[in-house]
Design a protein around this ligand. Structure first.
Ligand SMILES: Nc1nc2c(ncn2[C@@H]2O[C@H](COP(=O)(O)OP(=O)(O)OP(=O)(O)O)[C@@H](O)[C@H]2O)c(=O)[nH]1
Ligand SMILES: [Mg+2]
Length: 302
């Protein structure tokens, strides 16, 4: 059984930063983790992370735009369709991780790829089936959107669409929580999005008030599924990262220790780390390099 996170969300939501921070934290708790980059426009990755496998090794958005005369969105769809038809390289790379590793997939910001287009969904279903991969979708939305009821409703509907299409465990997260200040008029209610309160706020606005029936229809839809809730994340804080990893672990049935790390829960280690009670290992070799060395038959303790 393989486990991982699929990190999705609109452009600039903080997906790449989250992937980098999550892998770095997992390394600190000795959980072997690798990033798989599925964003064909993700240039300059060397400044954030070193992917274990990169879609850009088989196709890039810039080249498709040039060769096919497509704009960025069309080229991104083309790249995903290309990956769907040529999935062998990715499947083989994951199969080579014989000791197992936690897989973190960095995705592009085009939400159409999972709300209206089928290739990404088909790719994931194949990975799930052929690799027994258990994935939790981490859906990031910029925290500033959670302060605007109209944007929050829009993000919630996008999220609902993704949940229905992917049929995978799903976590809604508002990112950059360190930049958000909340007061009692804000939408956060025990860190959970409350559609009823949000729609009430919309009904009271000049722009959205005239659409009361529609707003209430949306409210009933969100309430009926009762799936849409947002939790905060600050990717610069190990405790926040640990808390998210722990919640996602619960959703996919991952038990700490399965990949050889300590069996303590991530949040308690992060708390000990903050108070100096836990020293992360001095890691000179990156996880990607460790995995590559393992593949070469050189066994290193993870
Ligand atoms: N303050 C703060 N800034 C953040 C946080 N996470 C991400 N950012 C910033 O948000 C910006 C976008 O982050 P990325 O990780 O590149 O966003 P992305 O979702 O990968 O963007 P695309 O790949 O273009 O869709 C960068 O300037 C980050 O430094 C956070 O937790 N706190
Ligand atoms: Mg990115």
């Amino acid at each position: 059984m393989n486990y991982g996170h699929l990190v999705v969300g609109p452009p600039g939501a903080g997906k790449t930063v989250y992937c980098t921070a999550a892998v770095s934290f997992m390394r600190k708790i000795k959980r072997p983790a690798v990033i798989i980059n599925l964003d064909s426009a993700n240039e300059h990755l060397e400044v954030s992370y070193k992917p274990y496998w990169d879609i850009r090794s088989i196709i890039t958005m810039e080249k498709v735009m040039e060769d096919e005369g497509l704009g960025p969105n069309g080229a991104m769809v083309f790249c995903m369709e290309h990956l769907e038809k040529n999935l062998g390289a990715l499947l083989a790379a994951i199969r080579e991780l014989k000791g197992g590793a936690f897989l973190i997939f960095d995705l592009p910001g085009q939400t159409e790829l999972y709300t209206v287009h089928n290739s990404l969904v088909a790719i994931l279903h194949r990975l799930e089936k052929e690799l027994k991969l258990q994935l939790c979708v981490v859906h990031l939305v910029d925290g500033s959107q959670c302060l605007d009821p109209a944007k929050l409703v829009s993000a919630s509907l996008t999220s609902l669409c993704g949940m229905v299409n992917f049929e995978l465990p799903w976590l809604n997260v508002y990112s950059k929580a360190d930049l958000c200040s909340f007061d009692e008029d804000d939408l956060r209610d025990d860190d959970r999005f409350d559609p009823e309160r949000c729609i009430d706020m919309l009904n009271r606005t000049e722009s959205y008030g005239p659409f009361r029936d529609f707003n209430e229809g949306v409210r009933d839809l969100l309430a009926e599924f009762s799936l849409v809730a947002f939790t905060p994340l600050c990717s610069r804080d190990d405790k926040s990262i640990a808390s998210l990893i722990q919640t996602a672990d619960g959703r996919i049935g991952y038990i700490p220790g399965l990949l050889g790390e300590t069996d303590r829960d991530p949040l308690s280690i992060a708390q000990d780390m903050a108070s100096g009670l836990y020293e992360p290992p001095e890691e000179e070799v990156s996880v990607e390099d460790q995995v590559l060395e393992q593949l070469k038959g050189i066994v290193r303790p993870m």
